[in-house]
Design a protein around this ligand. Structure first.
Ligand code: ZN
Length: 292
C-alpha cells in the first residue's frame, strides 16, 4: 500500500506536470465580423472548453473591402466553426474555408448568418444593426451550436433566449420611439440602417454613398440635395467619412444624427456592448427629432 506522503507527491506530480486537460478538445469558433462576434459570445456564455475569436479586426468597420492577412488565413485554418455574415459582405473569405470537400476534414463547419435569416432579411447584408434580427440570429445560432454540441444544448438555448429577449425589448423601444416621432424619413450615409430603420418605423429616403467609404460625386450630391426635401434627419456613422453628409445637412437645414450600426467597436467590448450602443442610438434619435 502506498504511504500517504507518496500519494500526495504523486497527486502533486500529476496536477502540475500533466499537460492542461482538455486543451486539445477546445472548440474554436471564429466569428468573421465584430457584430457576429458579440452575438456568438453571448450565445456561448458559460459553455466550457470553447472560445470565440474575431477574424476581421474589431475596429475595421463595415468590412466590405477588408483584405485578409496571412495571419487571418492561419486562424481560419485553425477554426472548428466559422460564423460568416454572408449576403456578399464577407465574400472574400476564401473558398478553402467554406464547406468544400476538397479542403478535407480540417475545413471548419460554416454557420452563415444570412442563410440563417433567410426569409427575414432581404438582399441587404447589414441585418446585424437591427435588434429584432439580432434576436432571431441569436436563436438560430444557439440552435445550430446545440446541434454541433448537444451536450450543452440547454445552455445554448438559455443564453440565446436571454439575449433574444433583450434584443426584442430594444426593438420594442425603437418601435415606440418611431411612433412617437411620427415615422420620420432619414437620409443615411450608407445602406447599413435599413433594418434598424424598419425596427423603428423610419423611412430610408436614400443613401449618400453608393460604395461604402466613398464620398459621392458632384452630380450625385446634386441629386441627393433634391432628395433632402421631406427628410427629417441626415444619419451619419461614427466610422465612415461623412464630409458630404455634413455638407448636405447644413445646406438643407436638416438635423444631423450620429447613429452607430455596431459594425465595429473596441477589441475588449463587453458582452452587453450592442445594447449599450443601441440605447445611445435611441437617445441620439430622441434628442435630434423628439422636440420639433
Ligand atoms: Zn456596410
Amino acid at each position: 500500500m502506498l504511504r500517504p506522503r507518496l500519494i500526495v507527491l504523486l497527486l502533486l506530480f500529476f496536477l502540475f506536470a500533466a499537460p492542461p486537460p482538455l486543451a486539445a478538445a477546445e472548440t474554436r469558433i471564429l466569428a468573421a465580423t465584430f457584430p457576429l462576434w458579440l452575438v456568438a459570445r453571448n450565445v456561448v456564455r458559460d459553455v466550457p472548453d470553447l472560445r470565440v475569436d474575431l477574424l476581421i479586426p474589431a475596429g475595421a468597420g463595415c468590412p466590405h473591402n477588408y483584405a485578409l492577412s496571412p495571419r487571418d488565413l492561419l486562424r481560419l485554418a485553425g477554426a472548428d466553426i466559422l460564423i460568416l455574415n454572408g449576403g456578399g459582405l464577407d465574400a472574400y473569405i476564401p473558398r478553402m474555408a467554406r464547406n468544400d470537400p476538397a479542403a478535407g476534414e480540417k475545413s471548419p463547419r460554416i454557420l452563415e448568418a444570412a442563410a440563417a435569416l433567410r426569409g427575414h432579411a432581404r438582399a441587404n447584408p447589414h441585418f446585424f444593426a437591427s435588434p429584432s434580427l439580432s434576436a432571431l440570429l441569436a436563436e438560430r445560432m444557439g440552435a445550430a451550436l446545440a446541434e454541433q454540441d448537444p451536450g450543452h444544448a440547454q445552455l445554448y438555448a438559455r443564453n440565446a433566449g436571454a439575449y433574444a429577449r433583450e434584443m426584442r425589448e430594444l426593438a420594442r423601444q425603437f418601435a415606440a420611439l418611431g411612433n412617437r416621432l411620427g415615422h420620420p424619413s432619414i437620409l443615411v450615409q450608407h445602406d447599413v440602417f435599413d433594418y434598424l430603420a424598419a425596427d423603428a418605423g423610419l423611412t430610408v429616403a436614400g443613401a449618400i454613398q453608393i460604395h461604402e467609404g466613398q464620398e459621392p460625386s458632384a452630380a450625385r450630391l446634386l441629386s441627393l440635395r433634391g432628395q433632402l426635401r421631406g427628410v427629417a434627419a441626415v444619419v451619419l456613422e461614427p466610422q465612415t467619412p461623412d464630409r458630404a453628409g455634413r455638407m448636405l445637412a447644413e445646406e438643407g437645414g436638416v438635423p444631423l444624427v450620429l447613429l452607430d450600426p455596431v459594425a465595429a467597436g473596441p477589441e475588449d467590448a463587453p458582452l452587453e456592448y450592442f445594447s449599450q450602443v443601441m440605447r445611445h442610438n435611441l437617445q441620439a434619435l430622441e434628442s435630434a427629432l423628439g422636440n420639433p
